[in-house]
Design a protein around this ligand. Structure first.
Ligand code: FES
Length: 119
């Protein structure tokens, strides 16, 4: 079932909204032209991760090199600084930690989050 969470055009590139769907708080983001919805609960210790700073990060590089990337695509948890790729939800250090995501649909009537009913 899909739930309207915002009017069409409510988010611009890099924008964020905190929305509520069936009592569940989500962070809605527009990243690289695609909407993403992540549950506003950090997999580390349950902080409201979606209110964290959106930034970039230092990419893997050779010794003595510094390469910045993923600009405005990295969500940093406000409690302990874990960083997640907003496009995939994955923790930047790898491993199993990942934000819980939901499908988003958008058309000229609004922006919708799709829930399967198992949430
Ligand atoms: S609660 Fe998010 S990094 Fe600890």
């Amino acid at each position: 079932m899909r739930y309207k969470v915002a009017e069409a055009g409510a988010l611009t590139e890099g924008g964020r909204l905190i929305v509520s769907v069936r009592g569940m708080e989500l962070g809605l983001f527009l990243i690289n032209g695609k909407y993403r919805a992540w549950r506003n609960v950090c997999p580390h210790a349950a902080a409201p991760v979606c209110v964290g700073m959106v930034t970039g990060t230092r990419l893997l590089s050779n010794v003595y090199e510094y390469e910045y990337g993923l600009d405005r695509q990295v969500l940093r948890c406000p409690w302990h600084g874990w960083e997640f790729d907003l496009a995939t939800g994955r923790h930047l250090a790898g491993g199993a930690a990942k934000l819980r995501g939901f499908e988003v649909e958008a058309d000229d009537t609004g922006i919708y989050v799709v829930l399967s009913g198992k949430e």
